[in-house]
Design a protein. Sequence first.
Length: 500
Amino acid sequence: MPEQPTVRTAEGVVEGRWRQGHAVFRGIPYAQPPVGTLRFAAPAPPRPWEGTRQAVESGPAVPQSVPHSGPAPATSPSGTDWLTLDVCTPDPGAAGLPVLVWIHGGAYVAGGSADPMYDPAALAAAGLVVVSINYRVGAEGFALLEGAPANRGLLDQIAALQWVQRNIEAFGGDPGRVTVAGQSAGAGSIAALLTMKEQRGLFRRAITHSVPGWHCSRALAEQAAAALADRLGTVPTAAALSDVDPWRLAEALTSLSAELPAHRERWGRFSQAGVAVCPVVDGDVLSETPWSALDGGRASGTELLVGHTRDEFRLFTVMTGRLGRITDEDARTALDLFAPFPHGAQAYRAALPQAGPEELFESVYADACFRMPSLLLAEANAAAGGSSSLFELRLASPALGGVLGACHSLDVPLAFGTLDSPTGRQLWGDRPAPEAVAVSDELRQAWVRFATTGDPGWAAYEPDGQLTRVLDAESRTVPYPEQASRRIWEGRAPAPFDLA
C-alpha cells in the first residue's frame, strides 16, 4: 500500500489518509480547546506537538442548540477539541493551488464541518485545496457576556484563516489565493468578516449564499444573555457561565429560542428570528453592519460571488408545520415587523395585489432574512470598489411533492456536488433529474472558476444592467429577477435587531 500523506505544519507533523486520489487531513487544531480557563475567551494559539499527529477523524462540533422548530441536533458530547479544521488537497506536493475555506451555516447555533453534504471531493478533483472549519456557535460563540469578547465565533473564523496563512503552502495551496465560502450563517459570518480589520490579508475572494440580515444591538444582546442566564439561575458573565456544562447551556439556548415570540413587546423583530443569538454590533469586534460599512466607505470591496434561492423561506414554513396555515394575522405581523419602515407593508400589498396571506408572509420573510441582504451586499460591495457576481437558484426541489420549491439550503449540495449525500437525497431524490445534475455542474464549476480567477462565468452585477445568473432547467443571465422586492428595499440595508 502507498504511504499515507504526511505534512509538516507550523505546529507539528500530521498524517492523513488518501481518499479518492486526494489527501485528506481531519481534526487539525487551529486553536486550543475553548474550555476551562479558555471558556468564552478569544481563541488561543494551538499548542505544538512532538511526533506525528494522526489526522484521520474530524473534530467534534461545539454543543448544538436548535433553532425554533428546527431539527434536533446530535447531542453526543464527543470531546471538547471544538476548534479544528479539515483539509482536502488534490496534491500536497503541489504549489500554488487555489484554496477554498468553507464556513458552515446553522443559524449561528448549530452545524459542523463533517456534514457529508460538505464533502469536498468534487471540488478537490477540480483542483482546489478545500479547508472546512468548525467554530463556536450558540451561546459559546455569540452570547454577549461580561468578561468575554463578543462574537467569539467570528474570532474563531479569523484564527482558522490565520492558520491557513501559516500552513496552507505545505498542503499545496497558495495563501495569496484564498476564497472564503459560506451559506446562511456561514455567509453572514463572511459578510461580517469583510468589515473587520483583523481579516485584512487573510483572504482574497468571498462566496456567500443566502446572506442573513441578522445582527443584534448591544442593548438587545445584553437582555438576551440575561434571559439565558436567568434560565440557569445565574448571571450573564463569563465567570458565572463557565461553571455551567456546555451541553446544558446549549439546551437552555434552545429553550429560550422556542420562547422568543413571547418577548415581542420588548424585543420586536428579534422575537420572530427563531434563534436567541447572532452576531452583535458591539462596537469593538464588530463596529457596524457589513452594508453600512461598505456603503460608507469604511470597508473596501472585494471579489464577491453572492446568491440566494427564489423561495428562501419555504423551508421554514414547511419545517414549522405552517404550510397552508398562514393566516391574515400572520401576514400582517410579518409585514409590520419585517417590511421596510414606514411604507413597506403597503408596498408589498401593492406589488402583490393577488397574493394571499401565505405568499405575502413568505415574500417578506424571504426578502428580509436572505434575498435582500444578499442583493444589497452585492450592490454595496460593488459601490465600495469590489466586483460582485450575483445568482438566483430557481430550480425547484422535487421533495415532498414539490412543496419546497427553490428553498433555503437547496444550493449547498449542488455547489459541492453531493447530491448523493443524505441531505442531497432528501432534497433531490435518489436519482436526481438531469437538470439538477446540470445545475450542480454549473454551480460547482462557477465556484472553481471564481476561486481560481475571480470570474464565475457570467457578467458582473452593476446597477444599470443588474445582470444575474438564474440557475434553472435552462439557466440564463438576465436582469435581477426580483424587481418588485428590489424596489421596495432600495436604499434600505438591514438594520440590527434592537429593543422594541
